[in-house]
Design a protein. Structure first.
Length: 292
């Protein structure tokens, strides 16, 4: 399968034409896809019809599969495959989730800018997201290129960031939204981790910001000052010139690189059924800054 890619944003995002992801990819195609992700960070495939097993097969060719917050959120799973994340407002019996349920809080947390898995030492590298049911009023997801955002930072801010590190914690976004039903045992399952605020993307060699809603503080900085700095960086990183908005159509299939992008779902009518399926892979290539 050859990749016919057209860049659809001024700084990133490639739309791939003529691909059928139900067909296995040979080694050359996988290599071309990785190279395209290094360049574009987000790839868009239209008109795909994949069942969960086929989506797993696509992701598995890009790396070992990642489970994420399943260790903490011990919810009943709608899919037999543990690695398939149910990005929906649908319960196991097919109804719409209660607004005060953990499932709905999780969906709402997805509306904050984040990078999948930044709260783990073994983070997510790629995520794949497949649209299965789109609500009548539509829905959208935005992506931000953190390489271009870093490039645009003032020189003095780049110097300030220097060797700063941020602490990332898996429950930060849920706690901020008001979900307070986690036990002490829940909070200890995935301990917080530290990452450089600026990293080097292994595939492109470009500097990139690594922030988002899981980042709770700057290490060794006054708490308030550190959080204000993280807020400023997020504002700079998500300016319109760095952001691509994807308006979902059923059959859309997106792959993105969590090491150099942020993403968030946009608000939609939560009383209407919406189903996306996500499968992610582990990042097996840590940035050089973390080699030690």
């Amino acid at each position: 399968m050859s990749l016919n890619i057209r860049q659809i944003h001024s700084v990133f995002v490639g739309e791939v034409g003529g691909a059928d992801l139900r067909r296995p990819m040979d080694a050359s195609t996988v290599q071309s896809m990785v190279k395209a992700l290094d360049e574009h960070a987000v790839l868009v495939f239209r008109g795909q019809s994949l069942d969960p097993g086929q989506q797993l097969a696509v992701a598995r060719q890009l790396g070992p599969l990642y489970v994420g917050l399943r260790k903490v959120h011990k919810q009943v799973h709608r899919f037999k495959q543990e690695e398939v994340s149910d990005i929906s407002n649908v319960t196991e019996d097919g109804g719409i989730a209660d607004p005060d349920s953990l499932k709905m809080y999780t969906m709402l947390a997805n509306q904050l800018w984040h990078s999948d898995g930044s709260f783990q030492a073994n983070t997510a590298r790629y995520s794949t997201l497949h649209s299965v049911v789109n609500p009548p009023g539509g829905s959208a997801t935005e992506f931000a290129d953190e390489r271009a955002a870093y490039d645009a930072l003032p020189a003095e801010l780049k110097v300030l960031l220097g060797n700063l590190r941020a602490e990332h914690f898996c429950l930060t976004s849920r706690l901020w939204l008001g979900y307070d039903r986690y036990t002490e045992e829940d909070r200890k399952i995935l301990p917080s981790v530290e990452w450089p605020v600026v990293r080097t993307h292994p595939g492109s060699g470009r500097k990139t910001l690594y922030i988002g809603s899981h980042a709770t503080r700057i290490v060794n900085m006054h708490l308030a000052q550190g959080r204000l700095l993280l807020t400023e960086l997020l504002e700079r990183a998500t300016q319109r010139e760095f952001v691509y908005r994807h308006d979902w159509q059923v059959g859309d299939f997106l792959i993105w690189d969590n090491r150099c992008t942020l993403h968030r779902g946009l608000r939609y009518d939560l009383t209407q059924r919406r189903e996306l399926r996500r499968v992610s892979t582990f990042d097996m290539d840590l940035p050089v800054e973390n080699a030690a």
